[in-house]
Design a protein around this ligand. Structure first.
Ligand code: SF4
Ligand code: MSK
Length: 516
């Protein structure tokens, strides 16, 4: 970036100098009412209203999970509207293992009627306002309820609708990193999470040989899995896509789109285009889509805009790009619950050919050393099969590990439902409960609320969920103890924190079913 640009805009590496608040990071800050914010660092201390540290931590977690569940459920709801379909009836009952459905029903944590799940998300915000629910354990039970909602009405439903409409992925090879951009062609990047418009753009790009399409984040992971469209970047590298200077249009839908893209586009020639009614960004061109017909028209328009904009690239941009860009990474992608070979995996577990299956999911938090964690999972992949999605999957690709032999790419974040299906199918095949099998879900560096909601979903299935960044839990609270130990009573799973990758490795290497 040249000097005048640096004055105008900063990149994420600069902004990371802003330290995270050490109190908020552990969940000890309550700003739910205006007598606060109350910062409760001591177990004996109380907020102005009398709320304990445990209550404050639990309420903060619930609000986080509610945010995540609203995003995933919003995604599937947008798909239903786009496809002009209704909510399927008895969805959770039809999808969940019957013994789990019975348990959840007994605990009163499943919504039964359509739209009830949106009411539950709203109710979670209600119970965590000042002076409503003061029982931190009950609040954590609500987190499990929202986890179930996130899993089925969010991730499962979104994946199912996308598979039906846009086809189920097939195993294919592709490439990944910024080298997917082509200085000779018109470059369009699609970014966000809802792939409806991206699918329409693919069709148009196929008719325009001078256009090169790349993906970013989960919209990118989705079209990588379904069509082998190269993936340029994950969340943390999204700004770098624009900073190549050769992207003529960056098309964003929603979730995980940095507001800074607007500032960056002012410094480069890239046209920023927003495409979802609820996700507007200042200075971007807004072309919202509501249905397939809109998508077709907008896709054509975007190609025209990008074509006209190509002439505004800086002259030296192509040359600079060629000088700096590294070689593409080859990846094998497109695995699903149907083509991964569930029986083979089950037999490998039964015959002790592998110690188990670890799903490595979620974000890549720039505050954490990602290479360190990738090294740990690489070592673990000798004894375990690794399933991966979302931004973590991109990192496996970056380090040449997406080989489809020990490490399997299963798509975007909503495609975590494929992981749940694989666990369910293996347990059916072996005639065991999910919780009795050596499965683990690890989210070593969460960023978003969605990542935490995913953790609670897997815990509700009886799978242990590891988190590698503090995310509002500090290990010496009753809340952490409840999630790690008490949860086991009902759900036979635990949610635990391990921020040290080497300690994590030593623990996991001994076997997944060794609980504290
Ligand atoms: Fe403080 Fe209670 Fe208000 Fe939270 S709800 S800010 S703990 S007074
Ligand atoms: S995009 S949710 S930063 S994985 Fe799904 Fe990546 Fe996390 Fe967004």
């Amino acid at each position: 970036m040249v000097d005048w640009m640096k004055k105008k805009v900063s990149m994420i590496s600069e902004r990371l100098k802003l330290d995270p608040c050490p109190i908020g990071k552990n969940g000890f800050c309550c700003k739910i009412c205006l007598m606060g914010p109350c910062r409760i660092l001591d177990k004996k201390q109380k907020g102005v209203c009398g709320a304990s540290q445990d209550l404050i931590v639990a309420r903060n977690i619930l609000r986080f999970v509610a945010g995540g569940a609203s995003a995933h459920c919003g995604h599937s709801y947008h798909l239903l509207e786009y496809l002009n379909k209704h909510f399927p009836k008895n969805y959770i009952k039809n999808k969940a293992p019957p013994y789990l459905y019975k348990l959840w029903d007994k605990l009163g944590i499943i919504p039964k009627i359509k739209f009830e799940h949106f009411k539950d998300i709203s109710e979670a915000l209600h119970i965590s306002t000042m002076g409503v629910n003061a029982d931190y354990q009950d609040i954590l039970k609500w987190c499990m309820k929202l986890g179930i909602i996130d899993g089925y009405y969010g991730m499962y439903l979104a994946t199912e609708l996308e598979d039906k409409k846009f086809r189920k992925p097939k195993v294919t090879s592709s490439k990944l990193n910024l080298s997917c951009l082509d200085p000779k062609k018109i470059n369009i990047a699609v970014h966000g999470h809802e792939p409806m418009l991206a699918e329409a753009i693919i069709k148009e790009v196929n008719k325009n040989k001078d256009v090169n399409l790349v993906g970013v984040c989960c919209t990118g992971a989705s079209i990588l899995a379904r069509h082998g469209i190269p993936l340029a970047a994950n969340f943390v590298l999204q700004e770098n896509v624009i900073a190549t200077g050769i992207v003529d249009a960056m098309v964003v839908d929603l979730q995980c789109v940095m507001p800074s893209l607007s500032d960056l586009c002012e410094c480069y020639h890239t046209k920023l285009i927003t495409t979802n009614e609820i996700a507007r960004i200042p200075n971007a061109l807004h072309l919202p889509i509501k249905n397939e017909e809109d998508s077709r028209k907008v896709a054509k328009k975007i190609i025209d805009i990008a074509r006209k904009n190509k002439k505004n690239r800086r002259k030296e941009a192509g040359q600079m790009f060629r000088k700096r860009v590294e070689k593409p990474k080859k990846v094998v992608v497109g695995f699903t619950e149907e083509n991964i070979g569930v029986k083979k995996l089950a037999e490998m577990i039964k015959n002790k050919k592998i110690k188990g299956i670890i799903a490595v999911v979620g974000c890549v938090n720039p505050r954490v050393d990602v290479k360190d964690w990738i090294d740990v999972f690489k070592k673990l992949s000798k004894d375990y099969i690794i399933l991966t999605t979302g931004c973590m999957a991109f990192e496996f690709g970056k380090y040449n590990l997406l080989d489809g032999k020990r490490v399997f790419h299963l798509g975007s974040c909503v495609n975590n439902s494929r992981i749940a299906e694989i666990f369910k199918k293996i347990s059916d095949y072996l005639g065991k409960k999910i919780t009795d099998l050596p499965f683990l879900v690890s989210c070593p560096m969460p960023i978003t609320e969605k990542a935490i909601a995913i953790g609670f979903f897997f815990a509700s299935l009886g799978v242990d969920a590891h988190l590698g960044y503090p995310f509002l839990i500090s290990s010496d609270t009753n809340v952490a103890h409840f999630l790690e130990v008490v949860l086991k009573d009902k759900f036979k799973s635990r949610i635990f924190l391990d921020t040290d990758s080497h300690l994590f490795y030593n623990k996991i290497n001994k076997g997944l079913k060794i609980h504290p």
